[in-house]
Design a protein around this ligand. Structure first.
Ligand SMILES: [Fe+2]
Length: 226
């Protein structure tokens, strides 16, 4: 049995433990960096994951940490509210970057693990009903990707407010999709995702990436989104 003193000390430690647990980390990858070649080079994946995604992980943890710290001082200094508002931009950017890349890695797979294989089941039927063929959905997504001026993302989503219809949504920077828009496929159109291999030929990257899209994961997300 713990004495009351020990129990109290354990409780006092809890906030620290909780704070540590809330920190985000890089997700595990289901494949090696080089496994998506020749479509996406191993060097791109390595830098993208260990440097870029890590930056969003660090940025989100830092911004949330600062937010939590400032929040405790709000009672004694209401002007802190301005700093809290300013921090939200950081949370949006790094939180979006963290989330988007988690989606991205999971919706990629080498051909040996099913990458590029067309979807089956309910998602396949929905694509057929709305677009006529998978190629037409891919073509629409590529058009959206090509239209991004600067950095951004394209998402194939299931829109729960529109009867579960599929839509292709394009965002800028690290803006993500939330609420009724459930992401099935997320495609990174930042230069860091392709430049090392494709330089200014980003259309070739958009074309190549479909060879390693994990439609099984997309179908799973489609079925789970309700
Ligand atoms: Fe990225």
């Amino acid at each position: 049995m713990f004495s009351k003193g020990v129990a109290r000390r354990a409780l006092q430690l809890q906030p620290t433990l909780l704070a540590k647990r809330t920190k985000v980390t890089l997700p595990d990858l289901d494949w090696d960096f080089g496994a998506l070649e020749p479509h996406i080079s191993g060097k791109i994946n390595e830098i993208h994951y260990t440097k870029h995604h890590q930056t969003y992980v660090n940025g989100l943890n830092a911004a949330v940490g600062q937010f939590e710290e400032l929040k405790t001082k709000l009672d004694s200094d209401p002007s802190i509210s301005k700093q809290l508002v300013a921090l939200q931009q950081n949370i949006k950017f790094h939180g979006g970057g963290f989330t988007n890349h988690n989606l991205f890695w999971k919706n990629l797979a080498p051909p040996s693990q099913g990458g590029g294989e067309p979807p089956s089941g309910a998602l396949a039927k929905q694509i057929e009903a709305q677009f006529g063929s998978l190629d037409k959905l891919i073509s629409l997504t590529n058009t959206k990707l090509a239209g991004i001026q600067g950095s951004g993302w394209a998402f194939i989503v299931k829109n729960l407010e529109n009867g579960g219809q599929l839509e292709v949504v394009q965002t800028y920077n690290q803006d993500t999709v939330t609420g009724s828009l459930k992401p099935l496929v997320a495609i990174d159109a930042w230069e860091h995702a392709y430049y090392l291999q494709y330089q200014n030929q980003k259309a070739d990257y958009f074309k190549a990436i479909w060879n390693v899209i994990n439609w099984k994961e997309a179908a799973k997300r489609f079925d789970a989104a309700a």
